[in-house]
Ligand binder design. Structure first.
Ligand SMILES: *Cc1c(COP(=O)(O)O)cnc(C)c1O
Length: 488
C-alpha cells in the first residue's frame, strides 16, 4: 500500500515536471543577477560598480575561453572610430551579435577545405569528403537540433529566412471564408510584415481585414501575454495562422512561445514563429512545445556570416499531413533522387520543403559556429547571458535612472522587459538626449551597437564572445558619451 502511494507520488512529480517542461519557457536561476552582483561586491568589499566585480565575474565564467574561437574586431579597423578617443590596438566592444554575429576562426579553414576539394576533384566533391556537397546541409543538422529543441527530422537548413517564411505560409496558411486572418505582433520586422501582406494578397484577401496586429497598451512599449491570449481567445475562430516573432527585434521582448502555441492550437489555429532573434539566444523546445512551424536566420546570434543558411522547422506531427506547396528535386527522397524519372517521392516533413541543392560554402561557415554552440551548450550560454545582461541592466539603472531631483542629468530608459524570462541578450535603450548623438559618440569610442527608428539603441552582449569586463567598459564609454552631451 505504502509502496503504491509512493509510486503514485513519484509519478505525479514526474508528470508535473514534464508538464512544466512543456508549459514554461525555462526555469528561473537560483539567484537573480542583481543579487549576484551585490554578493560578489560584498565578498570583494567593494562597490557593485567597481571594476573588480567585472573581473571576478569573468574569472568565475566557465565559458570565457570561447571568445578565443572568434575574430574580435579591433578599434583601429572600425570605420567610425575616433583614434583620439581610444587605444587603437584594443578590442572593440562588440554588442551587435543580435544583428551580425562575429566570425568563428574555423570558418576560413572549412571554406578552404571545400574550395580545395572543388579545385582538386571538381564534380566528385558531391559525394566524397567530410561534407559531400549533395548532403552538406544534412551533415550539420545534428549540430542545430539542440539549439531549437527539435528532432533532426523536424528541421531543414535551406534558403534565407524570408524565403522560408513564404514557403511555410504557402503550406500552413489555407484561408477559408470563416478562418482567414493572420495574427502578428505590432511593429513586426518589415520582412515579416511584407511576407504576410503579400501572402494575404496572393489569396485575394483584404489586407486590412485579414492582418490582425496586436499592439501594446497605450503608454506601454511591450505586449502583455494576457493581452495576446485574450485576442486569441476572442478572435481565434477567425484566425488561420498565428505568426509571431519569438523575440521582438526592436524591444527585445521574448514572447511566451508555449503559452501562445497552446492558446492558438486550442482555437484551431496553426501557430508558427519567426525565431530570428531567439535562436542561439534563448533556450527553445519547439518539439515539446508543440509549435507547428518555425524559421530562423543564422547570421545573428548563430554567427554564420551575412546571408547565411537559414533554418526551418515543421513539427513531426505534420510530417505526412502538411506538404510543400512548391517542390524541387531536393525535396525528393535521396535514395531515388538521382534516378531522374520525374516520379516524385517526397521526403516527409520539412526536408521535403527543400528545393535546390545546398550551398556548401554557407554550410561551412554555419558548421564552424554550430560546433562551438555544441561544446558550450545553450543551457550554459543562457545561464551566462542572464547574468551578463543583468549586470548591464544593473549598471545602467545605477548610473542612469531618471533623477527627479536633477532634471538636467541625462537618463537612460530600458524598454526591454526587466523580467528575465521575457528577454534574451538584448536591451533596447532610449535616452533623454538625442539618440543619434549618443549613437555617433559611442561609435567613435569603439562601441559596436545599432540604432533603430524611432529612438532606440540596441545593445546585445552575447555570452559566446562578450565578457563582463566588456559590459564594464561599455558603461564607461556611455558615461563619457553622455558627459559630452551635457557639456556640448
Ligand atoms: C533579421 C530578420 C529578418 C531578415 O530576413 P532575411 O530573409 O534573412 O533577410 C527577417 N525577420 C526578422 C524577424 C529578423 O529579425
Amino acid at each position: 500500500m505504502l509502496v503504491g502511494i509512493q509510486h503514485l507520488e513519484t509519478r505525479r512529480a514526474v508528470k508535473r515536471l514534464q508538464r512544466e517542461k512543456q508549459l514554461v519557457m525555462e526555469p528561473l536561476p537560483l539567484e537573480l543577477p542583481a543579487d549576484t552582483v551585490q554578493r560578489i561586491a560584498s565578498e570583494l568589499r567593494c562597490h557593485p560598480t567597481d571594476e573588480r566585480v567585472a573581473l571576478r565575474l569573468d574569472e568565475e565564467d566557465k565559458l570565457r575561453h570561447f571568445k578565443e574561437h572568434f575574430h574580435i574586431p579591433k578599434m583601429q579597423d572600425l570605420p567610425a572610430i575616433d583614434l583620439s578617443l581610444v587605444n587603437k590596438d584594443e578590442n572593440a566592444i562588440y554588442f551587435s551579435g543580435n544583428s551580425l554575429g562575429l566570425q568563428p576562426k574555423l570558418v576560413k579553414t572549412y571554406l578552404e577545405e571545400e574550395l580545395d576539394k572543388w579545385a582538386k576533384m571538381g564534380v566528385y566533391g558531391h559525394e566524397v569528403g567530410k561534407r559531400p556537397w549533395i548532403t552538406g546541409d544534412e551533415t550539420i543538422l545534428g549540430l542545430m537540433n539542440d539549439i531549437v529543441g527539435a528532432n533532426e527530422k523536424e528541421i531543414a537548413l535551406m534558403n534565407g529566412l524570408t524565403v522560408n517564411l513564404h514557403l511555410l505560409l504557402l503550406s500552413f496558411f489555407k484561408p477559408t471564408p470563416e478562418r482567414y486572418k493572420i495574427l502578428l505582433e505590432a511593429k513586426a520586422f518589415p520582412s515579416d510584415h511584407y511576407v504576410i501582406e503579400s501572402q494575404l494578397q496572393l489569396h485575394g484577401l483584404n489586407v486590412e481585414k485579414s492582418m490582425r496586429i496586436i499592439k501594446p497598451r497605450e503608454g506601454e512599449e511591450t505586449l502583455r501575454t494576457e493581452d495576446i491570449l485574450e485576442v486569441i481567445e476572442k478572435e481565434g475562430d477567425s484566425i488561420a495562422v498565428i505568426l509571431f516573432g519569438g523575440l521582438h527585434f526592436y524591444t527585445g521582448q521574448l514572447f511566451n512561445i508555449p503559452a501562445i502555441t497552446r492558446a492558438g492550437q486550442a482555437k484551431g489555429c496553426f501557430v508558427g514563429f519567426d525565431l530570428a532573434h531567439a535562436v542561439g539566444n534563448v533556450e527553445l523546445h519547439l518539439h515539446d512545445w508543440g509549435v507547428d512551424f518555425a524559421c530562423w536566420c543564422s547570421y545573428k546570434y548563430l554567427n554564420s556570416g551575412a546571408g547565411g543558411l537559414a533554418g526551418a522547422f515543421v513539427h513531426e506531427k505534420h510530417a505526412y499531413r502538411i506538404k510543400p506547396a512548391l517542390v524541387g528535386w531536393f525535396g525528393h527522397e535521396l535514395s531515388s533522387r538521382f534516378k531522374m524519372d520525374n516520379k516524385l517521392q517526397l521526403s516527409p516533413g520539412v526536408s521535403g520543403f527543400r528545393i535546390s541543392n545546398p550551398p556548401i560554402l554557407l554550410v561551412c561557415s554555419l558548421q564552424a559556429s554550430l560546433e562551438i554552440f555544441k561544446q558550450a551548450t545553450m543551457k550554459a550560454l543562457r545561464r551566462k547571458s542572464i547574468l551578463l545582461t543583468g549586470y548591464l541592466e544593473y549598471l545602467i539603472k545605477h548610473y542612469y535612472n531618471k533623477d527627479t531631483a536633477d532634471t538636467k542629468k541625462p537618463f537612460v530608459n530600458i524598454i526591454t522587459p526587466s523580467c528575465i524570462e521575457e528577454r534574451g541578450c538584448q536591451l533596447t535603450l532610449t535616452f533623454s538626449v538625442p539618440m543619434k548623438y549618443v549613437f555617433q559618440e559611442l561609435e567613435k569610442r569603439g562601441v559596436v551597437c545599432d540604432k533603430r527608428e524611432p529612438n532606440g539603441i540596441r545593445v546585445a552582449p552575447v555570452p559566446l564572445y562578450n565578457s563582463f569586463h566588456d559590459v564594464y567598459k561599455f558603461i564607461n564609454l556611455l558615461t563619457s558619451t553622455l558627459d559630452s552631451a551635457e557639456t556640448k
